[in-house]
Design a binder for this molecule. Structure first.
Ligand SMILES: [Zn+2]
Length: 111
């Protein structure tokens, strides 16, 4: 077994972009797009590529900004959702507490 195979066996892989053999946690998870669990290039290279593209490709830049806006607006929605959920929970708890007290009083009056 040569060094490369040994490294692959313990979870290392080559990044074709920088040519460095790195552990799998240096590669972003791809979610099995293209049938592969990881991106073929390492996180550093991916960041570098994105960075380069961001500054050289105006369309890409606008798309990223748009995606960011959508992401942020989703976060705001989620926050409102959360508040509404907590408020419902609070009301439910209050109602429940009232009915619990009520049943206790009933229990006392039976004695
Ligand atoms: Zn790399």
């Amino acid at each position: 077994m040569n060094d490369k195979k040994l490294l692959q066996a313990i979870g290392y892989r080559d990044c074709p972009h920088c040519g460095v053999t790195k552990p799998l946690n240096e590669f972003s998870v791809n979610g099995y797009k293209n049938g592969k669990p990881y991106y073929s290039i390492c996180k550093l290279c991916r960041n570098e590529k994105r960075h380069t593209r961001y500054h050289s490709d105006e369309n890409y830049r606008e798309k990223q900004k748009e995606a960011n806006r959508k992401y942020l607006s989703k976060l705001v929605e989620t926050e409102e959702h959360k508040k509404a959920r907590l408020e419902k929970k609070r009301i439910y708890y209050q109602n429940n507490l009232a009915s619990l007290k009520g049943s206790n009083q009933n229990g006392n009056s039976n004695e």
